[in-house]
Design a protein around this ligand. Structure first.
Ligand code: UD1
Length: 419
């Protein structure tokens, strides 16, 4: 098995730049199905999930290439509306090809998406909304068949929860539908804003992104464009948390500090110095960490569930008791038993985790259970005394570009090897 061997206890220092956001790139890549001329995406991260999106796009007939940090997608001709199960299982965002394919060709056959197992991840809100927009949807043995012989039409859609994926899927279906679609209680995440900006650059008529009501007036078709993907706020949070745990001092470039406020506010509460200027975030973790009050994960602008494992890792070393309440996903504490193996004191019950800070973590053999759980264990290992062996790192590669090289440059002792 591929793994990281990490000799912990090295203080991270220096400058690091954040790559483009995975969770913005994936819906934008799905949106490329709707464009009839070439799209160029700058700052597109080179991640296994992005290459999974390339596989899906290629299977639909799009031409994809990557050079010098720029992805190029030509969707001039769509040859197929069928996505095989093995491609659908590669990631959660494969569900977005429903809205994109329906919007472009009026048909789509696919199966349920894969992705990290964070508890049940249904797509009922996606399907209900598409039906309201005129799609006929049938399902047999896990295969979902969708068509809209008369074309999609706009609709008023109230989401019972501000789902990120459902909001994106509706946006993709609505941009070329007949008439106006209004999404009430839409997700407000910065990645939704990035998708709306991209679609607008391709000719879509969208307003209200970033608020909880998004309005989309359907246009006849979309054209290609050149677009720069926003920086990844969870990768930025990972670097900040790594500095916090190792007592480091980092300048993190290509950040949007306002997108990360919920995370930086918690880190400041632990006693760290964090300053932001322009697109840089500076962190100095010279002093010992202290525990924080309750952290509840919430839809944006609340505390992001994706940063919960990372901040939990930091709090294992913070003096006192911290309480985490995970409200978004049922099974998002896979890092906790592994952190406990490293010497952390964490009690987990249902959606609540109680973390009693300990002075030191110790290196041992640990396993990544999903993408962010893996990243949390990695930064914990960077700060631990002794050697850690971290397995299942293919999860980490889904969301981070050669993370071992980044941390090595900042002073860590980490190697990718067979363990
Ligand atoms: C996206 C992000 C993921 C992040 C999550 C929440 C991507 C590729 N992934 O995932 O990193 O953790 O937002 O910020 O952008 N739900 C339903 N029915 C649905 C859809 C969702 O019940 O039809 C529930 C989910 O089970 C979950 C909650 O809603 O409990 C949030 O899910 P959602 O916001 O849709 O997250 P994703 O789009 O899957």
């Amino acid at each position: 098995m591929q793994g990281f061997v990490i000799e912990g206890g090295k203080r991270l220092s220096g400058e690091v730049s954040v790559c483009g956001a995975k969770n913005a790139a994936l819906p934008i890549l799905a949106a490329c199905v709707l464009t009839r001329s070439e799209v160029r995406l700058k700052n597109c991260p080179q991640l296994s999930d992005v290459f999974s999106a390339f596989k899906i796009l290629s299977c639909l007939g799009c031409k994809c290439s990557f050079s010098d940090g720029e992805a190029r997608i030509d969707s001039g001709v769509i040859e197929s509306e069928y996505i095989p199960d093995k491609l659908m299982r590669l990631m959660r965002s494969s569900a977005l090809y429903l809205g994109a394919c329906l919007g472009r060709t009026g048909r789509c056959t696919l199966s349920y998406p894969g992705g990290c197992e964070l508890g049940p991840r249904p797509i009922d809100l996606h399907l209900l909304a598409l039906e309201k927009m005129g799609a006929d949807i049938s399902e047999e043995h896990g295969v979902i068949e969708c068509s809209c012989p008369a074309g999609l039409h706009g609709a008023g859609i109230s989401l019972s929860f501000p789902s990120v994926g459902a909001t994106e899927n509706i946006m993709l279906a609505a941009v070329c539908a007949a008439g106006e679609t209004v999404i009430y209680n839409s997700a407000r995440e910065p990645e939704i804003v990035d998708l709306a900006r991209f679609l607008r650059k391709c000719g879509a008529d969208i307003s209200g992104e970033g608020s909880s009501v998004i309005r989309i007036k359907g246009v006849k078709e979309l054209h290609g464009c050149t677009y720069e993907i926003m920086p990844d706020r969870i990768v930025a949070a990972t670097y900040l948390c790594a500095a916090a745990l190792t007592g480091g001092e980092l300048t993190v470039r290509n950040t949007r500090p306002e997108d990360n406020r919920a995370v930086t506010d918690v880190l400041i509460e632990t006693g760290l110095d964090i300053f932001s200027f322009d697109d840089k975030t500076y962190i100095n973790a010279a002093r010992p960490l202290k525990s924080v009050g309750r952290i509840r994960t919430m839809p944006y602008p609340g505390f992001p569930t994706d940063a919960q494992p990372l901040v939990s890792a930091v709090l294992t070393r913070a003096k006192g008791t911290s309480i985490i309440v995970e409200n978004i996903f049922e099974n998002r504490y896979k890092h906790n038993p592994e952190l406990v193996r490293m010497g952390a004191n964490i009690k987990t019950e249902g959606k609540v985790a109680v973390i009693e800070g300990v002075p030191m973590l110790f290196g041992t053999r640990i396993m990544a259970g999903d993408l962010r759980a893996g990243a949390a264990l990695l930064i914990a290992a960077l700060s631990a005394e002794g050697i850690s062996e971290l397995g299942n790192i293919e999860y980490i590669d889904r969301g981070y570009e050669s993370i071992e090289k980044v941390f090595s440059k900042l002073g860590a002792n980490i190697k990718r090897t067979v363990i």
